[in-house]
Design a protein around this ligand. Structure first.
Ligand code: 3PY
Length: 259
């Protein structure tokens, strides 16, 4: 008898299957053997149609994003919090446990410590809404070398120390292995030693942000190390395929289930 997979993989349909409609992409994700999917923007999608397909296909929605509003600028705090409130409602409707939150670009000429204080204050204000809802918000560090020049939050240790200071079980980190490989490397140690603070992972090959077996990262070892910690969240495949998307997804599903 097959034993259940140790790691729950999710497919980011806005990246891997960007040329399909969300519902068509969901069907392919299920056909390729994945238990879960995710996407970024909920506000430009037909949530009722997605919910119906989700139930029919018995897929879990692993994560969606909050609205992209700066958390390091006090003048946008109210807008950020209103976006979190709406995103929680969308997450509840779609039975989605995690909201991924970007924090915005660094403000030129403004002291970093002041921006950090602003970020923490915003997250503390969001925490009670999140705790009441049961949804976890996970801030995401991104690399500034290749994809996100000027973004405020780059290092994972900074993200971990921020959420420790926020001090809520519903505010955690998204650890994107591709971004962190570019920014700091040492991805197994940096993620597994902080696994209690991670609510979601993203994965892509580096360099190029393509299939997981393209490039320098050995994902079977990385995923095995994550599974060894007992991590119970999802690992989201967030890449742009160079080869046939469905064939690549089937190939990854076949080795991920053996991790
Ligand atoms: O915008 C990006 O690069 C992301 O990783 C979103 O999750």
């Amino acid at each position: 008898m097959n034993s259940p997979a140790r790691l729950k993989a999710s497919v980011c349909v806005d990246a891997v299957l960007e040329n399909l409609s969300t519902v068509e992409a969901m069907k392919l994700v299920a056909e390729c053997g994945y238990p879960a999917f995710e996407f970024w923007k909920w506000w430009d999608k037909d949530l009722d149609a997605i919910n119906q397909a989700r139930e029919e296909l018995q897929l879990q929605l692993a994560a969606i994003c909050t609205k992209f509003v700066s958390l390091v600028d006090p003048s946008t705090r109210a807008e950020y919090l209103a976006g979190v409130k709406e995103s929680i409602a969308a997450a509840k409707q779609l039975k989605c446990p995690v909201l991924i939150s970007q924090v915005g670009d660094a403000r030129p000429g403004v002291d970093r410590a002041e921006q950090r204080d602003c970020l923490i204050a915003g997250l503390k204000e969001a925490a009670s809404m999140l705790e009441d809802s049961g949804v976890v918000l996970a801030i995401e560090p991104l690399n500034e070398r290749i994809d996100h020049a000027g973004y405020y939050l780059v290092r994972s240790d900074e993200a971990f120390s921020i959420i420790e200071e926020v001090g809520s079980p519903n505010v955690k980190v998204t650890f994107d292995i591709y971004h962190q490989q570019i920014s700091e490397g040492h991805v197994i140690a940096n993620s597994t030693q902080n696994i209690h603070a991670i609510a979601h992972f993203h994965a892509a090959g580096n360099p190029g942000r393509h299939e997981l077996d393209h490039g320098e990262l050995h994902y079977p070892s990385i995923f095995a190390a994550i599974a060894d910690t007992g991590y119970s969240g999802h690992v989201g495949l967030e890449y742009w395929p160079v080869n046939d998307a469905a064939a690549g997804l089937r190939n990854a599903a076949s080795w991920i289930k053996k991790v």
